[in-house]
Design a protein around this ligand. Structure first.
Ligand SMILES: Nc1ncnc2c1ncn2[C@@H]1O[C@H](COP(=O)(O)OP(=O)(O)OP(=O)(O)O)[C@@H](O)[C@H]1O
Length: 278
């Protein structure tokens, strides 16, 4: 089986250079959650982060979103240092309650379009309706979040994030709280939508299968402290029934279960391509 990574056709949409992130303040013990992580995410790429619990996946994603500042190293968005949140980086969380409960689904989207300056008035409504149709909840536009299922709320949150046309969509375990059937349906939807919009996607997940299915590349992290164990090219393995898919899942699982990255015998970053390409 052969795989081909997505060819970078511009500067990285998001990049990290030797990024370390610490929690704690002057009065509390400090904790190094992410240690010397380097990566580059290219335009249109689907970049998935997996790793054991507590390895710093969410911490890294929140730093990309601009909610946390690295202690050392640099995080950049399209070549500019990330100094805070911005409409170029939309975030979808696992939490079902990320929509404003006092606004309808349509109202949630039009509000996002207005506050980010993307569109207002009838134009905002038109764009909002278009994105709700894209995630197949156009019929629910005038309902309130509490009137939707968990899966529908996640569709709405994805529509809201995409509507503002971010350069990157950051997703933290977006399907972690839905049932298995809904999860599979949402994975397929995200696959379709990300191909249609060519949005750059960064997703944290606990699911190896989800990572192999949706990811063009999968960054496997190790814990204590959070480091990059490997970046695996999975761009050619989205066919669930192919031997390559099973091979990728096995490889990712082996890396996940591997020795701790603090072991000096393990390189901090190993670039791996499924199918034997360097
Ligand atoms: N606000 C905080 N203050 C102090 N430590 C924190 C804080 N948030 C997270 N941590 C610690 O930082 C480390 C990384 O946490 P993080 O949530 O990024 O891990 P994760 O890989 O996303 O975990 P999980 O897979 O369980 O969601 C953990 O040890 C966690 O306890």
């Amino acid at each position: 089986m052969t795989t081909t990574g997505k060819t970078p056709d511009g500067p990285p949409v998001v990049s990290g250079e030797d990024v370390s992130i610490e929690y704690g303040d002057r009065n509390r013990a400090r904790f190094l959650a992410v240690d010397g992580v380097t990566f580059q995410i290219h335009p249109g790429e689907r970049f998935v982060i997996i790793g054991p619990s507590g390895c710093g996946k969410t911490t890294l994603l929140m730093a990309m979103a601009g909610f946390l500042r690295p202690l050392r190293g640099t995080l950049s968005s399209s070549g500019h240092p990330i100094t805070g949140p911005g409409p170029d980086r939309a975030v979808v969380f696992q939490d079902f309650d990320q929509l404003f409960p006092w606004r309808t689904i349509l109202g949630n989207l039009t509000y996002a379009l207005q506050v980010t300056g993307r569109a207002k008035g009838q134009e905002a409504t038109r764009i909002a309706e278009q994105f709700l149709e894209m995630v197949r909840i156009g019929d629910a536009a005038h309902r309130y979040p509490h009137q939707l299922s968990g899966g529908m709320k996640q569709r709405a949150a994805i529509a809201r994030a995409l509507a503002i046309e971010p350069s990157v969509l950051l997703m933290d375990e977006p399907f972690g709280a839905v049932d298995e059937i809904t999860r599979t349906a949402l994975q397929r939807e995200l696959d379709r939508i990300s191909r249609a919009t060519q949005v750059t996607l960064v997703m944290v997940t606990h699911s190896i299968q989800e990572a192999a299915y949706l990811g063009d590349r999968v960054m496997v992290m190790a814990a204590n402290p959070g480091r990059v164990r490997a970046i695996v090219d999975t761009s050619g393995v989205s066919d669930l029934d192919s031997p390559g898919f099973a091979e990728a899942v096995t490889q990712l699982r082996t890396l996940l279960e591997g020795r701790p990255a603090t072991d000096p015998a393990i390189e901090q970053e190993t670039r791996v391509a499924v199918g034997g390409q360097p």
